[in-house]
Design a protein around this ligand. Structure first.
Ligand code: ASC
Length: 152
């Protein structure tokens, strides 16, 4: 009995330790996946932006809910930038992403870190903290867009 419990605990620990990384049958799927993740993230980041910029009244609960979604989404797109996914569907991703993998990784890590700060700021319920963290995330978005996304 003890062994069965230990085995069950070990296997569930292993299951939950696995990263939520996605798998793709073809490059097109990875490209659509990463674009979708960015789209969802932008929609929820935009709701926070509306409050940070005073376009809609500040609602701490709504801000926290949206920041949590942004924080989850921020971790997802990167699995969609694997080798060979520079083409296969319409994409504005520049080839530099695959040429400068380390720099791209650093830039993506920076964004994820800034979003984590946004999540914490939103949970604090303090609008000034939210505004500051919103700015930090926006800068980290822009840095990557300037370096790694082609103009329309
Ligand atoms: C957004 C959004 C982005 C970033 C970027 C910040 O709201 O959709 O891609 O902010 O514009 O510079």
């Amino acid at each position: 009995m003890k062994i069965r419990i230990a085995l069950a605990a070990a296997s569930s620990a292993l299951f939950f330790a696995l990263p939520a990384s996605a798998q793709f049958a073809k490059p097109e799927d990875a490209i659509k996946y990463r674009q979708s993740a960015f789209t969802v993230m932008a929609a929820h980041f935009g709701r926070i932006g509306a409050m940070a910029n005073g376009r809609v009244p500040y609602d701490a609960k709504v801000a926290a809910e949206n920041a949590e979604i942004v924080a989850t989404m921020s971790k997802l797109p990167w699995a969609g930038f694997g080798p060979g996914t520079d083409q296969g569907a319409p994409t504005r991703a520049k080839p530099e992403i695959w040429r400068e993998g380390d720099k791209f990784k650093a830039a993506s890590d920076k964004m994820v870190a800034e979003v984590a700060k946004l999540d914490a700021a939103a949970k604090s319920g303090n609008l000034d903290q939210l505004k500051a963290a919103f700015g930090g995330v926006g800068q980290s978005c822009k840095a990557c867009h300037d370096a790694y996304r082609t103009e329309r």
